[in-house]
Design a protein around this ligand. Sequence first.
Ligand code: ADP
Length: 217
Amino acid sequence: MLEIQHLTKRYPSGTLALDDISFSVPDGQFLVIIGLSGSGKSTLLRCINRLIEPTVHRSTVMTNVLAGRLGYANPLLSTLGVFSEADKQRAMASLQRVGIADKAAVRADTLSGGQQQRVGIARALMQEPKLLLADEPVASLDPAISHSVMKYIQQLNRQDNVTVLCSLHFLDLARAYGHRIIALKAGRIVFDGLPKDIDEKRFKEIYGEEAVEVNIR
Ligand code: ADP
């Protein structure tokens, strides 16, 4: 599905954010990227993505989700905000799958954080993706909502066989949802394996001697 070989990224500031990263991801895998802040997780996902997310917060949820279809739509009509009936139905179906069809006509910036993340998932669904990249999708959410958002991503992975690369702050969530975990430290891979193989020793290697594992339930 995805093969990364000797990926290095140095920012113009001189920071070496990724230092010779190589790994491959098989079809259908749920891969979680962990590591301290600044270890390179976002840079890795951004390098794989090479795109900037469009920011259309002020428009309605429906328009947000339809924007996910832009690659497929007639460019002139979609610039004017005219989408086909089929696309609108597809957008409603996507919203239904993440449980917020009733919010279609609401302005996206009035939604809660968890609901906004679900709009993001619905928008991703519109592209019928083979690969979903999620950079700390639950970073600003409280624990109960975090699980709900993660479950929608898991559903995409399981039901649609979408390969997932997702960075997470909490090892606990990484263990609960990841088939596999890659840990970054200062731009290098320091662990690549099964969640269950991250024991106390590995944990300290990844997060430092002072770190203590916390659970979110
Ligand atoms: P993480 O997502 O794990 O917190 P990042 O990928 O954001 O890590 O950052 C990795 C390193 O690259 C850090 O040292 C960070 O300060 C630096 N960095 C990230 N983005 C930029 C940027 N746009 N310009 C310069 N340095 C950056």
